[in-house]
Design a protein around this ligand. Structure first.
Ligand code: ZN
Length: 469
């Protein structure tokens, strides 16, 4: 249902919401249309109204009214998503968490942070550092992404291999349900085995089951050292053996294992990219490997010894170890320079997940299949190999983008089905991957998801059309 077939028109929605909140907290359609639709996007927001509540109670008041009046609501955080999970339409109300920006508590003994949902990821990272602690979620959009959004989408990023995804960092949540009921599950305990783990229902639900307003997050001890190397390898088999070698010999301190296929490495180390190649460009595979530890005396030597072991075992064709903080930053800058895929055409980007044992055959077959179907295209492959997560970017001519997009999507997604690969390792489903959800989820799983949606949001007012139709 939406505003036009409910009993309220857009103007009435604004007027009604202004009786619930401070009038300045409610933007009308014209005011909403002045705001950008996302950090990666050129268009602006569209909605009947955009509300900016200052408290959980105000979020609840808005949802209660929308529930009673069958008005649909799209929750928004930092608008850093990549799958159109926060898109709104002209009949809908956008509920932005941008004014819930308080870090309420950092408890160094318990190693927890209690935050409001609109706190920006980088703000919490810096606040934790002030206590010699770390909030380990890290991703390129750290300066805009909010913690509520990171939880609602179960964000991943660069250090999942060591610390897990957002799901693993959330101890407790406060959530407002579709009808305005506030569920406070602000558990601060690491172990709490008392019935259904309700927070997990909302993490990764992309705002379709409830709106997260407050989080209790697990903090970790801040690493005292980090060591990094950039290596070149001659075969995929060496890449997967190198992963096991490093994980085993680093004794639990492996913190990143990022792979680049040769074409991506060449892209980010050649003009117009600013990066310079730390090793020659002619190996088929490259890995950025990082270890975080606590002992400035022992850790660098151990890291070098582990690399030397890999070298002696014949796994590496080339390697360079970071000698300084500047080297580390330069290595990460290559990995993060994903914007290069925008040069010279329109990229279609993917974040698939599949068993490491299937990766080589899958990527070879994909290259063959794309070459057979597309005249002009580029394929770049990189990603979080240690997590089984590859990012693929397929660039096609801008003029052919709409026509070729479904062709490329089929070529990428269908071969994942036989081994239940994932159409989304970390970006989520939103609108973009909804047609392909059945590749990763069985009919019974999808039916249970619909049952949960129906139970928690019987009117379907929360982020309608996202994940499930
Ligand atoms: Zn990623």
């Amino acid at each position: 249902m939406n505003v036009s077939d409910g009993n309220a028109a857009a103007g009435n929605v604004v007027a009604a919401l202004r009786t619930l909140l401070d009038p300045a907290a409610v933007l009308d359609a014209a005011e909403t249309a002045t705001r950008p639709a996302g950090i990666w996007r050129g268009d602006t927001l569209q909605a009947a109204a955009l509300v900016r509540p200052r408290s959980t109670e105000e979020v609840a008041a808005v949802l209660r009214w929308c529930h009673q009046n069958a008005v649909t609501v799209v929750p928004q955080g930092g608008l850093t998503g990549l799958v159109h999970g926060a898109d709104a339409g002209p009949d809908q109300v956008i509920l932005s968490l941008e004014r819930l920006r308080t870090i309420e508590d950092i408890n160094p003994q318990q190693r927890t942070a209690t935050v409001q949902a609109g706190v920006v990821l980088q703000t919490l990272q810096e606040a934790a550092e002030a206590h010699q602690l770390m909030f380990p979620l890290d991703l390129g959009a750290r300066g805009s992404a909010t913690l509520g959004g990171a939880a609602a989408t179960n964000a991943g990023g660069n250090r999942v291999i060591r610390y897990g995804m957002m799901r693993d960092m959330v101890l407790g949540l406060e959530v407002v349900l579709a009808d305005g009921t506030v569920v406070s599950a602000l558990n601060p305990l690491l172990k709490n085995n008392t019935g259904y783990d309700l927070k997990q229902l909302f993490i990764g639900s992309e705002g379709t089951l409830g709106i997260i307003t407050r989080l209790v997050l697990r903090l970790r001890e801040q690493p005292q050292t980090h060591a990094m190397a950039f290596v070149g390898l001659d075969s995929f088999s060496h890449v997967s053996q190198f992963l096991r070698h490093m994980d085993r010999s680093l004794g639990g301190t492996l913190s990143a294992f990022e792979v680049m296929w040769q074409d991506f490495y060449a892209l980010v180390t050649s003009p117009p990219a600013a990066g310079k190649p730390p090793i020659p460009q002619d190996y088929p595979f490259y890995v950025l490997v990082e270890s975080q530890g606590a002992d400035p005396e022992l850790d660098p030597a151990r890291f070098e010894r582990c690399l030397a072991g890999a070298w002696e075992a014949g796994l590496l064709a080339d390697a360079v170890i970071a000698k300084s903080e500047a080297d580390c930053q330069a290595f990460w800058a290559l990995r993060d320079d994903v914007g290069q895929v925008l040069n010279g055409g329109a990229p279609i980007i993917f974040d698939i997940s599949l068993p490491i044992t299937e990766m080589e055959q899958y990527t070879r077959a994909l290259a063959t299949s794309l070459a057979a179907q597309l005249e002009q295209h580029r394929l770049w492959i990189f990603g979080h190999l240690g997590d089984g997560n590859l990012h693929l970017s397929v660039q096609v001519p801008l003029a052919d983008y709409e026509r070729l997009r479904p062709v490329v999507e089929q070529a990428v997604y269908q071969p994942l089905a036989p081994f239940r690969g994932s159409v989304s390792a970390e970006h989520g489903i939103g609108l973009e991957k909804k047609p392909y959800l059945g590749i990763s989820r069985s009919e019974t799983e999808l039916a249970l998801m619909r049952t949960l949606k129906q139970a928690l949001d019987p009117q379907g007012i929360l982020n309608p059309g996202k994940i499930l139709s």
